[in-house]
Design a protein around this ligand. Structure first.
Ligand code: HEM
Ligand SMILES: *[C@@H]1O[C@H](CO)[C@@H](O)[C@H](O)[C@H]1NC(C)=O
Ligand SMILES: *[C@@H]1O[C@H](CO)[C@@H](O)[C@H](O)[C@H]1NC(C)=O
Ligand SMILES: *[C@@H]1O[C@H](CO)[C@@H](O)[C@H](O)[C@H]1NC(C)=O
Length: 503
C-alpha cells in the first residue's frame, strides 16, 4: 500500500515538473553569479579595499560579466571592453541612471547634485548648464589666464624652496592647492590658498572644510548596502556627515551672499556664481540656493582630487623613470625652446607629454570603477538579460591593465599610446568614462594637467628624495589616491632661471 502511495507521489512530481515547464516562462538567462553568495549579505564579504582590485581578481577567475549581490542589491560587474561598449552604446540610455543610495545619504547630497542625479529632465538641465558655463571651449578659453596664473605661482613657490637643497617639496599639497584655487577662481573669482587669498580667516575655514570633506570616506561603503549596519553605525558616520553638511552649507551660504552683494557685471569676468545668480533672478523657483550649492559642490568634489591625483601619479611615474622624464624635457626644449615659458597653446604640440598623461590615466584612473550606473529597464549585455534596477560597475582599472589587451600591462611605457586608435581604442582606454554620463570635465582636466606637468618639466630638474624608488602603492580613497604622498626635490634649470625670477 505504501509503495503505491510512493508511486503516486513520483507521478505527481513528474507531472508537476512537465507542466511547470509548459506553463511557467523559462527562467531568465542571467549572467553567472561568481563566487558563493550568502543570504542577506550576498557577496559583501568580498568587500575589501581597494574594491577595484578585489573585484578584478574575482572577474579574472569567474568571467568578465558577472551578476553579484551586494546585500539585496543586484550588481552587474563588467570587465571587458566589448561588454563595456554594449553598456555605453546600445544600452547607454538604459544605464544613464544612478543608483538611489548615491543621491540619498552620501554627504547629505540630494538629487540636485549633477554627478549623482537620476537620469531625467533635471539632470539634463544641470548638465546643459554646466556644459555651457564651465566646460564649453569658450569658457575654458576665458579661464586660460587663471590657469596660467596658478601654474606660475606654483613655479614661484618651488623656486623659493628649491634654493635650499635640503628641502623636499610636498607635491601632493601643491597639486591639490593648485587645482582647488583654479576651481574656486572659475566658480567664485577667488583663491583660497597661498598669497593673495583675500580674506584670510575665510580661506582658513575653507581649507579645513575641504580637508574634512575629502577625508569623509567613499561611495564604496558597506553601509550603503546593508541598512542594518547603517543603523548600527548611525552615531559615527552619519553624525559626522550631518555636521559636515551643516558646515558646508554655512560656507556656501556666505559665499553666495557675498556674491549677491557685489555682482560682477562685466561679461568677461563673470564667475560661475555670477551666472547662476542672474539665472536665479530670472527663475527663482528653479535656481534655488540649494541647486546652486549642489552645482558648486559637485565641481569641487569631482574636479579637484581627480585632477590633483593624476598629476601626483604622473610625477611619481616620471621620477621612477628618469629616461622618460628626459625625453619629455627634450620634446619641450625642441618645440617650445628655453627662451620663454611654456603656455597653454603649446600643449597640443607636445605629443609625448600627451602620451605620458594618457599612460598615467591608464595605470591610475581616478575613477577605477567609474561612478556606479543603474539600469532603468531590462536590457541585454553579452547575451545575458540584465534585470531593471541593476547597479552597473565597470572595472576600468581591470580593463586598462588586462594582460590580454596590453603588453606588459603594469609597466609605464608612454610610447604605447602612440598606437592608440580612435578616442577610446575600442573601449580599452576610457579614464573619463563613455556615453552620456561620461566626465564633462575631461577638457578642463587635460588642460590643467598638461600645463602644470609641462611647466614643471620645462623649468626644473627633478629627482627623488633618495635612491629608493617612489612607493606606488594605491591608497583606499574614493579617487584612488597614492598611499604615500609624493615628495620630491627639484632645482631650477639655469636657462630658465631668468624667466622664473621675473614671475
Ligand atoms: C583627471 C581628472 C578626471 C578624471 C580621471 C575623471 C573621471 C571621471 C569619471 C570616470 C566619471 C564617471 C563616468 C561614468 O559615470 O561613467 C566622471 C564623472 C564626472 N566628472 Fe570627472 N574626471 C576628472 C576630472 C573632472 C573635472 C576637472 C571635473 C569638473 C570640474 C569633473 C566633473 C565630473 C562630473 C560633474 C561628473 C558626473 C557626470 C554625470 O553624472 O553626468 N571631472 N569623471
Ligand atoms: C634649509 O632648510 C632647512 C630645513 O627646513 C632649514 O633648517 C635651513 O635653515 C634652510 N636653509 C636656508 C638657507 O634657508
Ligand atoms: C603662447 O606663446 C606663443 C609664443 O610666444 C604666443 O604666440 C601665444 O599667443 C601664447 N598663447 C597663450 C595662450 O598665451
Ligand atoms: C589621449 O587620450 C585622449 C582621450 O582620452 C585622446 O583624445 C588622445 O588622442 C590621446 N592621446 C594620445 C597621444 O594617445
Amino acid at each position: 500500500m505504501e509503495m503505491v502511495a510512493f508511486y503516486y507521489f513520483l507521478a505527481f512530481l513528474l507531472a508537476f515538473f512537465l507542466l511547470s515547464k509548459q506553463f511557467f516562462p523559462k527562467r531568465k538567462n542571467l549572467p553567472p553569479s561568481g563566487p558563493l553568495s550568502f543570504p542577506i549579505i550576498g557577496h559583501l564579504y568580498l568587500f575589501k579595499k581597494p574594491l577595484h582590485q578585489n573585484l578584478a581578481r574575482i572577474s579574472s577567475q569567474y568571467g568578465p560579466i558577472l551578476l553579484l549581490k551586494f546585500g539585496s542589491r543586484r550588481v552587474l560587474l563588467v570587465s571587458s571592453p566589448s561588454a563595456a561598449e554594449e553598456c555605453f552604446t546600445t544600452n547607454d540610455i538604459v544605464f544613464a541612471n544612478r543608483p538611489r543610495f548615491l543621491s540619498g545619504k552620501y554627504l547629505g547630497f540630494d538629487y540636485t547634485v549633477l554627478a549623482l542625479a537620476p537620469y531625467g529632465q533635471h539632470w539634463r538641465n544641470l548638465r546643459r548648464l554646466t556644459t555651457l558655463e564651465i566646460f564649453s571651449s569658450t569658457r575654458l578659453q576665458m579661464f586660460s589666464k587663471t590657469r596660467t596664473n596658478e601654474v606660475h605661482s606654483l613655479l614661484q613657490r618651488l623656486l623659493a624652496i628649491a634654493g635650499n637643497s635640503s628641502e623636499t617639496q610636498d607635491m601632493k599639497s601643491m597639486f591639490f592647492e593648485l587645482t582647488l584655487n583654479n576651481m574656486m577662481m572659475m566658480i567664485a573669482g577667488k583663491r583660497y590658498y597661498g598669497d593673495n587669498v583675500g580674506v584670510l580667516d575665510k580661506a582658513k575655514h575653507f581649507q579645513e572644510l575641504v580637508e574634512e570633506i575629502f577625508g569623509a570616506g567613499g561611495v564604496s561603503n558597506i553601509e550603503d548596502f546593508l541598512p542594518l549596519l547603517k543603523w548600527v553605525n548611525f552615531n559615527g558616520l552619519e553624525k559626522k556627515l550631518v555636521r559636515l553638511q551643516k558646515k558646508r552649507d554655512q560656507f556656501m551660504k556666505e559665499l553666495i551672499e557675498e556674491h549677491r552683494m557685489a555682482r560682477t557685471q562685466s561679461k568677461d569676468e563673470k564667475s560661475l556664481l555670477d551666472v547662476l545668480l542672474s539665472l536665479q533672478e530670472d527663475d527663482p523657483n528653479y535656481y534655488t540656493d540649494e541647486i546652486i550649492v549642489g552645482i558648486i559642490h559637485v565641481l569641487l568634489i569631482a574636479g579637484t582630487d581627480t585632477t590633483a591625483g593624476t598629476m601626483e601619479w604622473a610625477m611619481s611615474l616620471l621620477l621612477n623613470h628618469p629616461e622618460v622624464l628626459k625625453e619629455a624635457q627634450a620634446e619641450i626644449d625642441a618645440i617650445v625652446g628655453q627662451d620663454r615659458l611654456l603656455n597653454e597653446s603649446d600643449i597640443s604640440h607636445l605629443p609625448y607629454l600627451h602620451c605620458i598623461i594618457n599612460e598615467t590615466l591608464r595605470l591610475y584612473p581616478a575613477g577605477p570603477l567609474l561612478v556606479p550606473h543603474e539600469s532603468s529597464e531590462e536590457c541585454i549585455v553579452g547575451g545575458y538579460s540584465i534585470p531593471r534596477g541593476t547597479m552597473l560597475l565597470v572595472n576600468l582599472w581591470a580593463i586598462q591593465k588586462d594582460p590580454n589587451l596590453w603588453e606588459e600591462p603594469t609597466k609605464f611605457i608612454p610610447e604605447r599610446m602612440e598606437s592608440i586608435e580612435g578616442v577610446r581604442d575600442g573601449y580599452k582606454l576610457m579614464p573619463f568614462g563613455s556615453g552620456r554620463r561620461s566626465c564633462p570635465g575631461e577638457g578642463l582636466a587635460l588642460r590643467v594637467v598638461g600645463l602644470t606637468l609641462g611647466s614643471l618639466i620645462q623649468c626644473f630638474e627633478w629627482e627623488r628624495v633618495d635612491e629608493e624608488l617612489i612607493d606606488m602603492t594605491e591608497g583606499t580613497g574614493l579617487t584612488m589616491p597614492k598611499a604615500k604622498p609624493l615628495e620630491a626635490k627639484c632645482k631650477p634649470r639655469p636657462a630658465m632661471l631668468s624667466f622664473l625670477s621675473q614671475l
